[in-house]
Design a protein around this ligand. Sequence first.
Ligand SMILES: NC(=O)c1ccc[n+]([C@@H]2O[C@H](COP(=O)([O-])OP(=O)(O)OC[C@H]3O[C@@H](n4cnc5c(N)ncnc54)[C@H](O)[C@@H]3O)[C@@H](O)[C@H]2O)c1
Length: 359
Amino acid sequence: MFTLDHEQVMIRTGPRSGLPVIVAVHSTALGQAVGGCRLWHYTDWRDGLTDALRLSAGMTSKCAVAGLANGGGKTVIAVPEGVRIDAALRRNVLYDVADVVDSLGGLYATGPDVGTTPADMAVIGEHTTHVFCKPAQRGGSGDSSPHTAIGTLAALRAVCRRIHGTSNLSGRRLAVVGLGSVGEKLARLLAAEGAELLVSDIDPGKRTLAEELGATWSRPEQAVAAEVDILVPAALGGILTEQSVSDLRCHAVAGPANNQLATPDVAGLLHRRDIIWVPDYVVGAGGVIYALTTELHRGTADDALTRVRAIEGTVSDLLHTAERLGTTPAQAALELTQARLRSASTSHAQRSVPSPAHN
Ligand SMILES: NC(=O)c1ccc[n+]([C@@H]2O[C@H](COP(=O)([O-])OP(=O)(O)OC[C@H]3O[C@@H](n4cnc5c(N)ncnc54)[C@H](O)[C@@H]3O)[C@@H](O)[C@H]2O)c1
């Protein structure tokens, strides 16, 4: 359908860097739009635009389901293939991003994403206040992966309750695929809960973590097809394909890895195989919930942790709704997003109605 679903999209050739800077604001219905700044190589900058449009809409759903008073946005710096980002160019393009973000006057705040770090947010923060996840020594919440891992653990408890009637993960079999920033922390948390772990990474150097945690080490394709209670994707996207889903021997798939479905129709395949799949944007929201609560909403660290752990309740509710309506958790999450956006626009419209004049 030929509709622009976004409130506004800014595309600017950065005056300092000469690189295309794209900022998509999908929705501010629930509050300030938020979403990370992706610095990535593209063969055509319009592919970067497509990413910005898709990812900013995804952030609207992520915030709405998490119950945050924020909408979705995204920044993409579309770097042409072959262009190397040295320190000077990096600084220049981050200042270019800061100028675009600042020109939106607070409608949108940016944070780290693929290709950018909390240190980059500190650079952006030199030119605008509308930025989050700066390093702790610069007043930010820094690396989001510890809270993403805590939120994922909360989601896994809810999935465990749905499968076994109890959220106690002790003795449950889980396969964690990807032992990077989030996966390693999550594996440690799960080991502390007494889960029976199978872990995997393309980097053989991660095998020492398996030994340390007493976990079984496996090659990624074997881990995906392992007979476990829950498969936890914590690496890159696209892990759930028509082929891999037919090989699955788990009751549920829930993990933080972004874009797990190779194509949207894979969700239907999972449903037909009676495998619960909880969307990654629900499971992996802990990092963003923590950062936004402490940095943009001025909550305490305790408030923020409580909200991260509330992912357990959110996932439980989605699983109940899906079961009651005979639909998927993904569909339940979509409907929750739409309901929250509708109620925000209704209350906004009500606030905008002028009060009757008194004579
Ligand atoms: N960091 C966060 O706070 C956060 C928040 C939300 C979502 N996510 C998503 O979670 C996922 C992991 O994030 P991260 O920050 O830990 O990334 P990371 O780059 O630190 O770790 C990724 C790990 O996956 C491994 N890997 C790559 N391909 C693999 C494969 N085919 N099979 C097995 N292992 C493979 C890598 O070797 C690496 O150890 C990503 O999809 C990310 O987008 C991260």
